[in-house]
Ligand binder design. Structure first.
Ligand SMILES: NC(=O)c1ccc[n+]([C@@H]2O[C@H](COP(=O)([O-])OP(=O)(O)OC[C@H]3O[C@@H](n4cnc5c(N)ncnc54)[C@H](O)[C@@H]3O)[C@@H](O)[C@H]2O)c1
Length: 209
């Protein structure tokens, strides 16, 4: 953490656990220089809440105004898209710096509101979740589900293989945020998704999905 006292821009990418992100941003606000941009790679957690965790005094926005999401798409070296999400506290200077930083990396930034799942996962995760529900209810087998979406929509891989690449635990965490924060039953995580996480079958990262 000490090396962070000299950075201009930090991107947090720890697992999708709200309490972990909040404690890390509380520390970053204390350790990083007062001009540093404090970015998160969160897939679904509110940027406003992450920004709020930098201070105990909500009227002091000296740190929270520098919090933003630069949400890189997986696999990062290949995908050009980055979602830029601002919290209520985020300053325009922070937005401009983050966009320039992403462009300098050769990425193509898109802006999204600070809403559960933002744009990318609001659209992508219900698609993956529905594919898992199709598998668990016998509408189709694993290979048929992936093949029809791959060959029918011209994407490089089907939804089940994509879930393995993203991480089954990450998919479940994002579905829970969508479900709990909207209260909308259409975002209910599939039972099989939860059971796979219980079994430790997390996809590529654990060698079984
Ligand atoms: N997997 C994806 O496709 C994807 C895509 C976009 C964004 N994200 C987001 O990026 C973040 C990371 O996801 P991931 O899939 O890389 O997770 P991961 O579990 O594969 O990796 C998390 C990393 O954080 C480290 N870590 C764990 N606890 C820590 C702690 N207390 N302090 C410091 N480091 C710690 C781990 O060692 C690991 O290197 C999440 O917020 C996720 O939602 C993931």
């Amino acid at each position: 953490m000490d090396s962070l006292s000299e950075v201009d821009f930090v991107i947090e990418a720890v697992p999708e656990i709200p309490s972990l992100k909040f404690s890390i941003f509380e520390s970053l606000a204390q350790i990083c220089p007062p001009h540093a941009i404090l970015a998160t790679n969160t897939s679904s957690i509110s940027i406003t809440r992450i920004a709020a965790s930098t201070t105990k005094d909500p009227t002091d926005i000296s740190a929270s105004s520098r919090v933003i999401s630069t949400h890189f798409m997986n696999p990062v070296p290949i995908q050009k898209g980055v979602e830029i999400i601002t919290g209520l506290q985020t300053s325009q200077e922070t937005v401009d710096t983050a966009i320039e930083f992403c462009k300098a990396m050769g990425k193509i930034p898109s802006k999204s509101a600070d809403s559960p799942g933002f744009l990318a996962n609001r659209i992508l995760m219900p698609y993956i979740n529905e594919a898992i529900i199709c598998l668990e209810t016998g509408v189709g087998g694993r290979d048929d589900i992936d093949a029809i979406m791959k060959n029918g929509t011209n994407v490089p891989m089907g939804p089940l293989q994509l879930a393995d690449f993203i991480g089954i635990d990450t998919c479940l965490a994002i579905m829970k945020v969508l479900y709990e924060e909207t209260g909308d039953s259409k975002y209910r995580p599939s039972v099989l998704l939860g059971k796979m996480v219980d079994a430790g079958w997390l996809g590529k990262k654990s060698g079984k999905g």
